[in-house]
Design a protein around this ligand. Structure first.
Ligand code: NAG
Ligand code: NAG
Ligand code: NAG
Ligand code: NAG
Ligand code: NAG
Length: 546
């Protein structure tokens, strides 16, 4: 397909594609190649006045793609014999202190342990790739920090825990997925173009409706199927639906989640079964005692205020007294409605993302009663939601990111791409942008999210170039999912992409992954209020650093 043809199809946002698979493949490849190698040439047709599309960032894209293998590195699982009993077992795997136990440990030092992974027969594993999660916990829910798990790739893992509070501390380790289960997830990312589909609702002038399957890639449709494709003018993002029998492509009015595909074999299902997933290893180390240092009972946060672009240590913080204490900057608490409102006064906050970010909006609405939700009478699953405090001059927006949102039926017209929203913002020191994406991208190969992030990164850079005083905050994806459609392993990889996409850009990160990995609470894709409060407090710490 020539550039000219592509240019022509670009100029109409809705195009019917009636060619057979081979042509569609060519089209998709052409778009793909063009997208990755060159930025879109400016349209030769004059554009109406309005926000210019953000500059594409082909350099990030080609680098990230060239380096996707590097970025998403995970030790390979050698082909196994189809024997569940040969997979890593949470019951037989153990860990022990690296050095002889001491009566007490020094505040600020590290506790190290060696984990030995074993299979169900108790035989030590000889390769890495298991997804373990390690924590150091204080008594009750008072304190906790994620431990670092270093895969030594020979069946052993080095666990390392910073000792950040005085008193008792207990190691806890969970096997989230065996390396064999991770092998299944990798296969799915490698071989399946998607694990879910979506429904597009088309409506004709008489109100007659047809619904069709939609997805991120035209190759996911049947050989003979005619396809409608949709391009977001601001981001270049593509979306595809099977063409309705009678209605035209541009009659697409509604969107919802569709089916979850059966993509696993019974053996793979067994490896991912609940009784092998997210299981606590037998306690192998007793509680340790950490002594105070110069009468201090806590490692304190650095004194520097929280600002975007600040380097994040690992871990980026810990819980103490149910409060997340950043190790990157002097994070603050906003315990009362008044403290929240005085921080937000004079700000307009644009939240764009998924339902884990909607929890932030809901928390603020529920905690600060003078933030009144504006009843739009048309509130859909995807928003937009708005709450305002007219006295203090606060506006709080939330809206869902666009496709591939898994939602109840929602109007296509209210699914704005993040790039489009960003392009419409003037920015400035009263503007706060919060992005929270990831959870809806685990059902596709990582290249789909990479492409999305490239556009968003470019739009964020353009916004910061327009108004450098704009605060942009990235909420990383949190723990929770444990299935083949969404899993902590996918989420870990998605977070690596998020970090890479915004490296070198002056944005603030809220590491929701760590904040949902530190306390002995059950994982939940929608974390409990205690965690949401701490996530929002960190956001407010960036808005009001002093
Ligand atoms: C890939 O990334 C690593 C570290 O992030 C870097 O050292 C390496 O040079 C990169 N390779 C390419 C081809 O960009
Ligand atoms: C695994 O590798 C580490 C680091 O190379 C080494 O210290 C350890 O002895 C090895 N363990 C086994 C069981 O091979
Ligand atoms: C799509 O349309 C068919 C036939 O009208 C109907 O049976 C089905 O329930 C619809 N599906 C959805 C997801 O609305
Ligand atoms: C997937 O598998 C489940 C249970 O095995 C079955 O009930 C369902 O109909 C299957 N779905 C599809 C689309 O094949
Ligand atoms: C897990 O559960 C399945 C049945 O759901 C059972 O057949 C299997 O033996 C269990 N595996 C373990 C290791 O308990």
């Amino acid at each position: 397909m020539s550039n000219k043809q592509l240019q022509a199809s670009k100029n109409s946002s809705v195009t019917q594609v009636k060619w057979h698979k081979i042509v569609v493949l060519g089209l998709f490849t052409a778009i793909w190649v063009l997208y990755y190698t060159v930025s879109w040439p400016d349209s030769t047709i004059p554009r109406p006045p309005g926000p210019r599309p953000a500059h594409k960032s082909p350099i990030f894209l080609s680098r990230a793609l060239a380096n996707l293998t590097h970025l998403l590195y995970w030790p390979l699982t050698p082909g196994h014999r189809g024997d569940i009993l040969a997979s890593t077992s949470p019951q037989t795997s153990t860990y022990h202190l690296r050095s002889p136990a001491r009566a007490s440990y020094t505040l600020g030092s590290y506790l190290e342990a060696i984990l030995v992974a074993r299979d169900h027969g108790g035989r030590p594993k000889t390769h890495g790739g298991d997804l373990f999660r390690a924590q150091l916990l204080g008594p009750y829910l008072s304190a906790g920090v994620p431990g670092d798990v270093q895969d030594l790739e020979n069946g052993t893992y080095l666990l390392s825990f910073p000792l950040l509070w005085a008193g008792r501390a207990q190691v806890q380790v969970r096997l989230i997925h065996s390396s064999e289960a991770v092998g299944v997830l990798r296969r799915i990312w490698r071989e399946e173009g998607a694990t879910v589909d979506f429904t597009g609702y088309f409506r004709g002038p008489t109100g007659y409706e047809e619904n069709m399957t939609c997805n991120v890639n035209p190759l996911l449709f049947g050989e003979e199927e005619a396809i409608c494709y949709y391009k977001d003018e601001d981001s270049g993002e593509l979306w595809f639906c099977a063409q309705p029998l009678t209605l035209p492509c541009d009659s697409l009015v509604g969107h919802s989640a569709g089916r979850y595909w059966n993509v696993t074999t019974p053996h793979e299902d067994a490896l991912l079964a609940w009784n092998l997933t997210d299981k606590v290893l037998p306690q192998s180390i007793g509680p340790v005692l950490v002594s105070k240092k110069r009468n201090r009972k806590l490692v304190s946060s650095p004194e520097q205020p929280c600002y975007p672009g600040i380097p994040a240590p690992k871990p980026s913080g810990f819980y103490y007294g149910q409060v997340w204490r950043s190790l990157a900057c002097s994070s603050r608490s906003f315990p009362t409605a008044d403290s929240i409102l005085s921080c937000l006064a004079g700000h307009i906050v644009h939240m764009m993302g998924d339902s884990t970010l909607r929890q932030w909006w809901e928390y603020l609405r529920d905690t600060a009663p003078s933030l009144k939700p504006v009843d739009l009478h048309t509130i859909h699953h995807s928003g937009p939601l708005m709450a305002v405090d007219t006295t203090r001059g606060i506006v709080l927006h939330w809206r869902a990111h666009s496709w591939p949102l898994r939602s109840l039926r929602t109007p296509v017209a209210s699914l704005h791409s993040v790039v489009r929203e960003l392009a419409g913002l003037a920015g400035g020191r009263h503007t706060v942008v919060v992005l929270g994406l990831g959870a809806h991208f685990t059902t596709f190969p990582p290249s789909i999210f990479v492409r999305r992030l490239a556009g968003i990164r470019a739009a964020v850079m353009a916004l910061l170039a327009r108004e450098p005083s704009t605060l942009v905050v990235i909420k990383l994806a949190n723990t929770g999912y444990k299935s083949v459609y969404g899993s902590d392993w996918f989420t870990l990889q998605v977070n690596r992409l998020l970090r890479a996409a915004f490296s070198g850009v002056r944005v603030a990160f809220v590491d929701a992954w760590e904040m949902t990995s530190s306390l002995p609470l059950p994982d939940n894709i929608h974390p409990v209020k205690l965690i949401v409060r701490n996530e929002v407090d960190l956001l407010l710490s960036f808005i009001c650093p002093t």
